[in-house]
Design a protein around this ligand. Structure first.
Ligand SMILES: *Cc1c(COP(=O)(O)O)cnc(C)c1O
Length: 483
């Protein structure tokens, strides 16, 4: 193929016919006449060449160094690494979804708008809220959107409330989002049993309280027991209630934040609603609100007049845009396919199974590993390495040794308020056989701690790299190859 042919080949867009797109005439460019002769090569460039098998092997071997849900159990607490059905991918790749242009007018994108509108309604129903925006691109982004809504609400009433109460069992993004929003954080300590301390809450609320942010179930994997009382205390002080619903995998289809008295909630579609995540995105963190907050929702809002869908920008009280266009559309399509496939009963069953699986793990691990809370957990459970401390084994060592057994380690050293935490979230998509395999590996490590501690301390031994300097890896990541 000469240069001209190569250019024509690139411009002819393979697959155009299959997609039923209009054919376009590809102009034949006379490169030699466009570029002065002195700049033209006299001989073809000497590009490195490898054979197809070498190339395939190179990439296949690289891909094998990845660990993902398609390769094994991934009980990373707080992250809900559940299996994403492949049919969601197929649906997101339908040409009508995948090739739609974000600047297309609403007349020619009625189907996409209908999907977004319907998805807002599904999520509002699941959350017990009156309206939903799909714009935020992640859980933390949803928190920021929700806090902006809350601030706009208070300001519209002439109140400059600036304080956000955050229990210490909240996810770390909660105080971070409040700070980014320009609000002040008031942290309250948890009770010894892991629940919000009501006396501390009563002491913290006041006329400057903008909101309380509650992660429920909390990062301790526990359902907040005093929720109605918490809601009453905050509302009585004139504050609003924000529900961090990233852990909704434990409660969807069973209880609804709106019914518990919450005014704003975000979900993580990339956790609970089974769309891929990891490596930083893309994600989706839709926000649901009660009626009083609807005027402040980000624009454009998707409107439906009973016949046509349209984009409504005429919202004078809106907080403005939170994302270019309408959010991460592909992620929303995948989550929509998931909700349709599951149906209301399926979603409830998923939560029930997620909670069952976590409690099964907890009950089986309790003998060997210390469990800080003597109660049932929700969709994730916490144990620690307290019992192994006497042998010189810490949580980090257990996580490293699990790699040798072929498991992605659970989340470790989080939540911060539990010393040497190991946070296990099995999710509902794992079989009893898989859970038993993991439990056996954990028990084997507990035995090794007593009998063969060097095995643990020198692990991992069968991974591509051994123990890394994690501080340097986090602070000075090398993300580019330099020869
Ligand atoms: C994951 C998570 C978040 C943050 O979501 P991102 O999409 O990572 O920004 C917030 N709260 C809780 C409880 C979470 O588990």
């Amino acid at each position: 193929m000469n240069r001209n042919q190569a250019i024509i080949f690139e411009m002819s867009v393979p697959g155009r016919q299959a997609l039923n797109l209009p054919q376009c005439d590809v102009p034949t460019l006379e490169i030699e006449t466009l570029i002065p002769a002195e700049f033209l090569r006299k001989a073809d460039a000497q590009l490195p060449e490898v054979s197809q098998p070498d190339l395939i092997r190179h990439y296949t071997n690289l891909s094998k160094r990845n660990f993902g849900l398609d390769s094994g159990f991934y009980p990373l607490g707080s992250c809900t690494m559940k299996y994403n059905p492949k049919v969601n991918e197929d649906v997101a790749r339908y040409p009508g979804f995948a090739h739609i242009h974000p600047l297309q007018d609403s007349e020619s994108s009625q189907g996409a708008l209908e999907l977004l509108y319907t998805m807002e309604q599904y999520l509002a129903e699941i959350a017990g809220m009156d309206a939903v925006t799909l714009q935020p691109a992640a859980g933390a982004h949803g928190e920021l959107a929700g806090l902006k809504l809350i601030r706009a609400y208070h300001r519209s009433r002439g109140e400059a409330r600036t304080k956000v109460i955050v229990p210490d069992s909240a996810h770390g993004t909660n105080p971070a989002s409040a700070t980014v929003c320009g609000l002040e954080i008031v942290e309250i300590k948890s009770h010894a049993d892991g629940s919000v301390d009501l006396e501390a809450l009563k002491a913290a609320v006041g006329p400057d309280t903008a909101a309380l942010m509650l992660t429920n179930p909390s990062t301790l994997g526990l359902f907040e027991t005093n929720i109605e009382e918490i809601a009453n205390i905050v509302h009585a002080a004139g504050g609003l209630l924000y529900y961090d619903g990233a852990n909704a995998n434990a409660v969807m289809g069973i209880v609804r934040p709106g019914d518990m008295g919450f005014d704003v909630v975000h979900f993580n579609l990339h956790k609970t609603f089974s769309t891929p995540h990891g490596g930083g995105g893309p994600g989706s963190g839709p926000v649901g609100v009660k009626k009083t907050l609807i005027p402040f929702l980000p624009t454009p809002v998707i409107a439906f007049d009973g016949k046509n869908y349209a984009l409504d920008y005429d919202r004078p009280q809106s907080i403005g845009r939170m994302h270019s266009f309408y959010g991460n559309f592909g992620v929303i399509v995948r989550a929509y396919a998931y909700i349709l496939a599951m149906g209301p009963d399926g979603l409830r069953q998923a939560s029930e199974d997620a909670v069952l699986n976590a409690n099964y793990c907890l009950s089986q691990l309790k003998e060997d590993f210390y469990s800080p809370f003597d109660r049932y957990c929700m969709h994730e459970c916490i144990v620690t390495s307290k019992n192994q401390k006497q042998f010189g084994v810490k949580t980090l060592d257990i996580a490293k040794r699990l790699l040798d057994y072929g498991y992605h380690p659970p989340t470790i050293y989080f939540p911060l308020i539990v010393e040497e935490a190991i946070m296990i979230e099995p999710t509902e998509t794992e079989s009893k056989e898989t859970l038993d395999g993991f439990i056996q590996a954990m028990r084997a490590i507990a035995t090794e701690a007593k009998t063969d501690v060097s095995q643990i301390l020198s692990s991992p031994s069968n991974t591509v790299v051994g123990r890394l300097d994690e501080t340097t890896a986090a602070r000075k990541p090398v993300v580019r190859w330099k020869a």
